[in-house]
Design a protein around this ligand. Structure first.
Ligand SMILES: [Zn+2]
Length: 63
């Protein structure tokens, strides 16, 4: 009886995951990339400062 409930629970979780993936294909990837970017922030290759946004660093712009 307990095993049946456990299997049903697992199946439901898998189904929810599949439906979520199906409905929002970009959301999970976006969340993962956001977490990755937080774990490893992008830094300037020239001066080593943390980059804010996608514009690049000021040291490269000024040349
Ligand atoms: Zn820089």
């Amino acid at each position: 009886m307990l095993v049946k409930i456990f299997i049903l629970f697992l199946g439901g979780m898998a189904l929810i995951g599949l439906i979520g993936k199906w409905l929002f294909p970009g959301a999970i990837r976006r969340a993962v990339t956001k977490r990755m970017s937080l774990a490893k922030p992008s830094r300037c290759a020239e001066c080593g400062r943390y980059l804010i946004g996608q514009g690049g660093c000021d040291c490269g712009k000024k040349g």
